[in-house]
Ligand binder design. Structure first.
Ligand code: SF4
Length: 507
């Protein structure tokens, strides 16, 4: 356990993830310094002249103290043998974000020397590193200048900068081809799944336990769809995305009714992508795939996460490797020619060889796109709550496995087209979407780069309204719980209605 004491908690969201990135295995708590007065002895004992830990005996600090003043910042690391205090002067002329970055760079340097580690993404703890690069390229920065900025300001490695530039350029090209500013995307959430995966932190309800709520949910959703169909009359619909949960947990009849309703209520003449997450192979049938094809769904996602049966069993997926292969075969037979597959690196008990075998099996299935996630353990996930039960099943060689996926995608003509990060990711790495040329998931780019208004319907839906002229984004959320959504649907509609009444002219 590491306790972090801050003289100013404003920077908690910057400091916590950086410390966590260096010490991913540790529980970390953050206090305001006054909340738990520190023994002065501990602080006076620490000094700048204190020796760093002996190589090979890298002690995890029990306390990290960060004190902010206008002109300097002081970082102390305290443990049994570790007594280190360092100060750095910070220029008073720095703007807010420059000050924040300078402070993070200093903390990074101290932690890097103490652990003997560097982080590929440097001090970047936000979720969208490519957004920064995209903005620099939009400002006509030359590639060399982008490298310089990302290295000096954020301490990013050249590999990560190169990948960010490649992705940002590809995104820019794809966005250029669509009139994204005058368009909007539609997200529809179906929060039911066949069972709950060990690492899940999404709004997801077991379809068996909650089957009595499905009809009520669809009725509430219908109300929201009918309202949403006319709420952005001056914008063209660009992308439609069904996510969740697992939309294909609905029956073929329910899917047929729901997709028919969407097609009837919305104008699809400008839609560039109609995507449904058929995420769990155990929710898929020929009939459902035929329904998706009939209504013009042109991209589906069938996600194994791993092609190792021992892993699928452990993470509660309740489907077999053969079911994944069968689902892909059925999808091809029913006319689906744009299939994405998701895998996760860092799953419990997996090593590089497991990932290599998963990639070998995926190669045979030849999906049009492959999304490679690195496991992020969220607070609400069972994997976190029951972590003691899995302490002997830690994944190993996650960074090596990521390198193997890079090699695999290059050798098999997949190009990276979007990238994002989450908090608490294994080895502080990233998620990357790869696709064959021309088969990119457009909605994924729009949501990551926050370039377009997204109208989100259903439980847990978070609508994002992008005001291009003012360079600002506003969010309007729906309640997460299925029962609350059903009971409070009028309120959900009113929230959007009120917001749009006040803002739609500026959108
Ligand atoms: S399929 Fe996705 S949404 Fe459903 S339980 Fe698993 S991780 Fe959660």
């Amino acid at each position: 356990m590491i306790e972090i004491y801050l003289s100013n908690k404003t920077y908690e969201n910057d400091i916590y993830p950086l410390v966590k990135a260096f010490y991913p295995e540790e529980d970390i708590k953050v206090f305001e310094e006054q909340e738990q007065a520190l023994e002065p002895k501990e602080l006076t004992e620490a000094s700048a002249a204190a020796p760093l830990p002996v190589a090979g005996v890298l002690e995890v600090p029990a306390k990290i103290i960060v004190r902010f003043c206008m002109e300097e910042i002081e970082v102390s690391l305290l443990g049994t043998r570790l007594k280190l205090k360092e100060k750095r002067a910070l220029s008073q002329t720095l703007g807010k974000s420059q000050y924040k970055n300078a402070m993070k760079r200093f903390l990074y340097e101290v932690l890097s020397r103490t652990t003997g580690r560097t982080l590929p993404w440097g001090i970047l703890t936000g979720i969208r590193p490519t957004k920064l690069v995209y903005e620099l390229l939009e400002k006509d920065y030359e590639e060399e200048a982008v490298y310089h900025h990302m290295r000096e300001e954020y301490l990013c490695s050249d590999d990560k900068i190169a990948m960010s530039i490649q992705i940002a350029r590809r995104e820019a090209k794809l966005l250029e081809e669509m009139d994204y500013k005058n368009g909007y995307s539609l997200y529809i959430g179906i929060p039911f799944c066949p069972s709950t995966c060990l690492y899940c932190s999404f709004p997801s309800y077991s379809i068996t336990k909650f089957s009595d709520y499905v009809e009520g949910y669809l009725k509430a959703l219908e109300q929201e769809i009918r309202y949403a169909a006319s709420c952005l009359p001056h914008k063209k619909l660009t992308c439609v995305y069904f996510g969740g949960g697992t939309p294909t947990t609905l029956s073929a009849e329910q899917l047929d009714w729901l997709l028919g309703l969407i097609k009837e209520k919305f104008d699809f003449s400008h839609v560039k992508e109609f995507c449904v997450e058929a995420g769990r192979p155990d929710s898929i049938s020929r009939e459902k795939l035929e329904v998706l094809h009939k209504w013009g769904v042109d991209r589906i996602s069938i996600n194994p996460q791993s092609m190792q049966q021992k892993t699928l069993d452990l993470i509660g997926r309740q489907h077999t490797v053969d079911q994944v292969k069968e689902a892909i075969r059925l999808a091809r037979e029913t006319g689906h020619d744009n299939i994405n597959m998701d895998i996760i690196l860092g799953l419990p008990g997996e090593d590089k060889e497991d990932v290599l075998d998963t990639l070998r099996q995926i190669k045979e299935l030849n999906p049009e796109s492959l999304t490679v996630h690195t496991l992020a353990i969220k607070r609400a996930a069972r994997l976190n709550i029951e972590r003691d039960n899995y302490s002997d099943k830690k994944a190993t060689q996650v960074a090596d496995a990521l390198t193997e996926t890079l090699k695999f995608t290059k050798e098999n003509d997949y190009l990276p087209y979007y990238l994002y990060r989450q908090k608490n990711m294994a080895d502080n790495l990233e998620n990357i979407g790869y696709s064959k040329f021309g088969r990119e998931g457009l909605y994924n780019i729009l949501i990551m780069e926050e370039k377009q208004t997204i109208l989100a319907l259903g439980a847990g839906g978070m609508s994002k309204f992008v005001f291009h002229d003012e360079n600002r984004i506003e969010r309007v959320d729906n309640v997460k719980s299925v029962t609350d959504y059903i009971n409070r649907i009028d309120e959900m509609i009113e929230r959007k209605h009120k917001f749009l009444q006040e803002n739609s002219r500026k959108l």
